[in-house]
Design a protein around this ligand. Structure first.
Ligand SMILES: [Zn+2]
Ligand SMILES: [Zn+2]
Length: 169
């Protein structure tokens, strides 16, 4: 599988029984299949081998819309990983896989201590920012779905989809 950022070959690594694809000696990016990132995004979760990945300093990273390394002819969408709006990740609308650039896993892991804390922060944000405009957001969401026919979203909850659409650039 090719790295979506620098086009080098990704190396499969077994991390706590999860097979993650790493751009070792390339751009140090990491590819997570659907739901795999959940297993490593909190600071208490063991992620040996995914921190301080060896990088080739001469490698050039493309910041354009990137192709999903798993799916054919599907461009990934960039959106903020969480409501803290610090880290932008690439997510494939078809397979749900996520690509992180070098260093982004560390940044994500430092944002929230637990999943519960993340959810509470999201709820708070959601209630304060969007309570009055929910109808509008739902309309926008419908429009977007029309444009985005390839998005299958079967693994995403409705709320998560809504957040993604809000946070998407
Ligand atoms: Zn790479
Ligand atoms: Zn994909």
């Amino acid at each position: 599988m090719k790295c979506p950022a620098c086009d080098r070959d990704l190396t499969e690594k077994d991390v706590n029984g999860v097979k993650v694809d790493v751009c070792e000696n390339g751009c140090a990016g990491i590819w997570f299949d659907n739901y795999e990132l959940k297993k490593f995004d909190e600071i208490h979760e063991n992620c040996d081998g995914l921190i301080n990945i060896k990088k080739d300093p001469s490698v050039k990273v493309s910041d354009d819309k990137r192709d999903c390394p798993r799916c054919e002819d599907i461009k990934m969408l960039k959106h903020y990983f969480s409501i803290k709006r610090q880290v932008k990740v690439d997510e494939c609308p078809a397979c749900g896989g996520v690509f992180l650039d070098g260093g982004e896993l560390e940044a994500i892991r430092s944002q929230f201590d637990t999943e519960k804390e993340r959810e509470e922060a999201a709820d708070k944000y959601f209630n304060s920012e969007f309570s009055g405009t929910l109808g509008v957001r739902a309309e926008e969401k419908k429009e977007e779905e029309k444009e985005n026919k390839e998005k299958d979203g079967e693994n995403d909850s409705r709320l998560r989809n809504l957040f993604n659409s809000i946070l998407k650039i």
